[in-house]
Write a protein that binds this ligand. Structure first.
Ligand code: NAP
Length: 485
């Protein structure tokens, strides 16, 4: 039961990083009637789903952590994926979140009727809530590439986010389609184990070199003994990444120039064969796509077992991949590191708001949300890391923390009895979207490359302003931007 005001029951969809966070922040605000619905049997979201070799977070671990659960225990500057998953499990356990999760209960519909949300799950359960928080993630639905003949492949084929650990890699001929952050981590991790690695590159990437040293016991002890130093480490990294996030929206910023120079130096210095170097040289601005961070990709791709294939893929054949020059690259395993359908969000869940408003229609042709958290006609339905929010080379945890605090301020208005329901006005969304789109056209993401940052029109879909501006926007809701009923 709530400790203050009108009781509010919350349903949180998803027990990944953002869902766990929501449960903890809601409890901290005195909102304890909270149920989390999690489709799988574990917490961790993307860190549970992705298990590919080399999985790590390329945001420093002391930044990629909840501000209220900093830990001195990270093994490396950029911790491996299983360690991050264990961290999320540990935080969920210590904060009593696990007891509130209904595992294996995928929400399939949320219907708003009689002032409440009515939830239905795949397992046939029904529930009701005053408020729904969708914490379903962005990089969630694997994207299968439009390559002919995938079904005809005679070896093992899987998406990077559905890694099949029963398939042996040692001594195998492995093909990887894609050169994003995922593919680069896989290549570096497995090149020493396989017989032959063929990396099918459609677009070269700018690679930012970042070493990943292990923390020593002495370093960990120092942080264990000094919580202030731990907090300061988090803050310093946050300030540094703010700088990057602020700069990345301006293609002419000195920071972008610095990033371009560092990536170019990495290429020139560390790729020795001039022909390979030219194949790996991107023809667009650094940071136009999400910057790939790797200390060892260039050395991995120069391993004699590795083959960078830049001829376009014609089709997959039973024996491997045929490129347009007619060459068949024989493979035992084919990994699709081809990214995610980033505009799906909660869909295909059926979400029906007031007066029969259907989210599928509201989001046709593309998803939008006021300040990334609220959609008109969907009262008391809020999102963490929803459409149009900040995305990039920084911690999505801080984004979700700020959004959650903002949403709790809205819920507090319900608890105080000011309104029973709240959602953004159409005018507020239209104004936000108009301004956002204008600004998005001037970001580095719009300087001429293909990436998952772009919407169906080729316009960046994310937050196009500085992170400082995002923080300001999340400080307090503007009452005029919400319909309060
Ligand atoms: P991605 O960045 O979307 O990259 C997909 C890759 O697949 C691209 O290289 C793309 O080529 C290629 N591709 C797609 N369809 C293709 C086709 N039909 N033929 C040939 N190539 C095709 O996906 P991702 O690498 O999984 O990364 C997604 C995001 O996840 C990252 O940007 C990042 O935000 C996050 N991530 C983060 C970390 C981390 O350490 N924090 C690690 C992994 C992933 P084009 O470039 O030509 O489109």
């Amino acid at each position: 039961m709530d400790t203050e005001g009108r009781p509010v029951r919350c349903a949180v969809i998803g027990a990944g990083m953002a869902g766990i966070l929501a449960a903890i922040q809601l409890a901290g605000a005195g909102i304890t009637d909270v149920t989390l619905f999690e489709k799988s049997d574990g917490v961790g979201g993307t860190w549970r789903e992705n298990t590919y070799p080399g999985l790590a977070c390329d945001v420093p671990s002391h930044l990629y952590a909840y501000s209220f659960a900093l830990t001195p225990e990270w093994s490396h500057r950029y911790a491996p994926g299983p360690e991050i998953r264990a961290y999320l499990e540990d935080v969920a356990r210590r904060h009593g979140v696990l007891d509130r999760i209904r595992f294996g209960d995928a929400v399939t519909e949320c219907i708003f009727a009689d002032g409440r949300w009515h939830l239905g799950t795949e397992a046939g359960h029904r529930d009701e809530a005053d408020v729904v928080l969708a914490a379903t993630g962005v990089l969630h639905h694997p994207r299968a590439p439009d390559i002919a003949g995938l079904d005809s492949f005679g070896g093992s084929l899987f998406h990077s986010a559905r890694w099949d650990h029963d398939v042996p890699l040692d001594g195998a001929r492995v093909g990887i389609v894609g050169t994003g952050s995922t593919a680069v981590q896989i290549v570096s991790s497995i090149v020493g184990r396989v017989r032959r690695l063929s990396l099918f590159q459609r677009t070269a990437q700018w690679i930012m070199p970042q070493e990943n040293p292990a923390y020593t016991d002495v370093e960990r002890d120092a942080l264990r003994d000094d919580p202030e130093r731990l907090a300061a480490t988090h803050q310093e990294l946050s300030d540094l990444f703010d700088l990057f996030a602020n700069a990345v929206v301006d293609p002419d910023s000195p920071e972008i120039a610095w990033v371009e120079k560092a990536c170019l130096e990495n290429l020139e210095k560390n790729v020795h064969d001039p022909e390979l170097r030219e194949k790996l040289r991107p023809d667009y601005r650094a940071a136009c796509k999400r910057l790939v961070i790797s200390p060892d990709f260039y050395s991995a791709i120069q391993n004699p077992r590795a083959d960078l294939v830049t001829e376009a893929i014609d089709r997959v054949v039973p024996d491997g991949v045929r490129t347009v020059d007619g060459t068949v690259h024989p493979l035992d395993v084919l990994v699709l590191a081809t990214g995610f359908q980033v505009d799906s969000f909660m869909r295909p869940m059926r979400i029906v708001g007031s007066d029969g408003a259907d989210l599928a229609r509201a989001w046709d042709p593309r998803p939008t949300a006021y300040l990334s958290v609220s959609v008109p006609d969907f009262p008391n339905f809020f999102m963490l890391n929803g459409p149009n929010g900040p995305i990039g080379n920084f911690s999505l945890i801080e984004v979700a923390e700020l959004q959650c605090r903002y949403i709790i301020q809205l819920i507090d208005r319900i608890r105080r009895g000011e309104c029973r329901t709240l959602c953004a006005t159409r005018v507020a969304l239209a104004h936000f979207e108009r301004e956002r789109e204008l600004a998005a056209r001037n970001t580095v993401w719009a300087t001429g490359c293909r990436s998952w940052y772009l919407d169906d029109r080729g316009i960046p879909a994310g937050w196009p302003w500085s992170f400082v501006r995002f923080r300001d926007a999340m400080r307090a809701p503007d009452p005029a931007a919400f319909v309060c009923r």
